[in-house]
Design a protein around this ligand. Structure first.
Ligand SMILES: [Zn+2]
Length: 72
């Protein structure tokens, strides 16, 4: 099953959702605050050539996003 990254607009957290294609149209509820105000992030496949090499900072430990502004 594919894993998608979602970002919660309510609390700003990024989380992974394991989903099936049947659920693609559904909004994933934030696993931190339960809000449905989530947006699906572009997967790493689309941007695999951008930023990975120049970014020396490793991704945060709580989410896999490299541009996470909410985690340290
Ligand atoms: Zn949230």
């Amino acid at each position: 099953m594919p894993v998608y990254e979602y970002k919660c607009k309510a609390c700003g957290k990024v989380f992974d959702v394991l989903t099936s294609f049947n659920n693609l149209d559904k909004k994933a509820a934030c696993e931190f605050c339960g809000s449905k105000r989530t947006v699906k992030l572009i997967s790493g496949f689309a941007f695999k050539s951008e930023g990975k090499m120049s970014s020396s900072s490793k991704s945060c430990t709580t989410c896999s996003a490299t541009s996470c502004s909410t985690c340290k």
